[in-house]
Write a protein that binds this ligand. Structure first.
Ligand SMILES: [Zn+2]
Length: 262
C-alpha cells in the first residue's frame, strides 16, 4: 500500500508539473503576442523631440509643450540659438535692473526675475564661502555685434562662431543669461567648471531657476562648446524638471530641434 500510495503521489506530482509547464507555455505565448500587438501599434512617444526623461509618459510631454512660450522675446522660456534669432532683432527687455549686492565687472543688468533669482543664488553661494562675480549680463544687439566682430577679426569667423554668437542670436540679449566667475585664473575658461565655485553652481543653480546652458558634450545640440560659466534663467519649473529628469540641454527639454549651426 505504501508503495502504491507513493506511486500515486508521484504520478499526481508529475501530472501537476506537466500541467504547470503547459500553463506556463500558454501564458508565455499569450504574453508575447500581447507584447507584439503593442509593438505594432503607433507609439505616441515616437513623436520627435519629446523629452528623453519623460519618453514613457507621452501625455505629460504633449501637455507640457504648449505651456512654455519659446518664441516671445519676453518669455522666461524663450529659446535663442543659432537656428532661432531673437525677434525682433533689436529687442531690448523693459524690466532690466542691476542685480544688487553682487560684484559686477561691467555693471551689466539682467531682467528683474533673473536678477532676483541671482541674488538668492548669490546669498546661498556666499553662505557656503563661494561668492561669485558677474562678468556679463544683458548685451544689446550693437554690443554683441562689436564683440563678435572683434573675435572674428582676431580668431577668424569659424573659430569665433564656436564660442560667440552672431548679433541677434545671443542669449545675453534676452537679459536672462549671465556669465559668472570666481575672479580667478579660470575666468571664462573651461577649467572654471573644476573650481569650487564652478562645481557649486553646477550642483545648485537649478534650485534658483538657472541652468548650465552649454554643458560638456552638448555642442551638437546647443551650438556652442562647453561654457561652465554661462547660466540661463528659465524659472524653477523648468530647471527643476530638467534636473529631476537628467535633461542636459534646453532644446531637448522643450522639444526643439538641435541647433549646431546657422
Ligand atoms: Zn555667456
Amino acid at each position: 500500500m505504501r508503495m502504491l500510495r507513493r506511486r500515486r503521489v508521484t504520478v499526481v506530482v508529475a501530472l501537476s508539473a506537466l500541467a504547470a509547464l503547459a500553463l506556463g507555455i500558454v501564458w508565455s505565448v499569450v504574453s508575447n503576442s500581447r507584447a507584439g500587438d503593442q509593438a505594432n501599434e503607433p507609439q505616441p512617444s515616437q513623436t520627435p523631440h519629446t523629452e528623453p526623461g519623460l519618453a514613457t509618459e507621452p501625455d505629460a510631454a504633449a501637455e507640457r509643450s504648449p505651456a512654455f512660450d519659446v518664441d516671445s522675446p519676453d518669455s522666461i522660456t524663450v529659446v535663442v540659438n543659432k537656428q532661432r534669432p531673437i525677434s525682433p532683432n533689436d529687442w531690448v527687455p523693459n524690466d532690466l535692473v542691476l542685480p544688487e549686492g553682487i560684484a559686477n565687472n561691467w555693471g551689466d543688468e539682467l531682467r528683474a526675475p533673473a536678477a532676483a533669482a541671482l541674488q538668492e543664488m548669490y546669498a546661498s553661494a556666499a553662505a557656503d564661502g563661494l561668492p561669485f562675480i558677474i562678468t556679463s549680463g544683458f548685451r544689446d544687439y550693437d554690443r554683441q555685434a562689436a564683440l563678435f566682430d572683434g573675435y572674428a577679426e582676431s580668431d577668424g569667423v569659424d573659430a569665433a562662431e564656436t564660442y560667440s554668437a552672431r548679433p541677434g542670436h545671443s542669449e545675453h540679449q534676452t537679459g536672462l543669461a549671465v556669465d559668472l566667475t570666481d575672479g580667478g585664473e579660470c575666468s571664462l575658461e573651461e577649467c572654471f567648471g573644476d573650481t569650487q565655485t564652478g562645481q557649486w553652481l553646477r550642483e545648485h543653480a537649478w534650485q534658483f531657476g538657472f541652468i548650465l546652458r552649454y554643458d560638456q558634450g552638448e555642442e551638437a545640440v546647443v551650438g556652442y562648446s562647453y561654457e561652465p560659466w554661462h547660466f540661463r534663467y528659465v524659472g524653477t519649473d523648468v530647471s527643476t524638471a530638467m534636473h529631476e529628469h537628467g535633461v542636459t540641454n534646453l532644446e531637448d527639454y522643450l522639444g526643439l530641434p538641435a541647433a549646431p549651426g546657422y
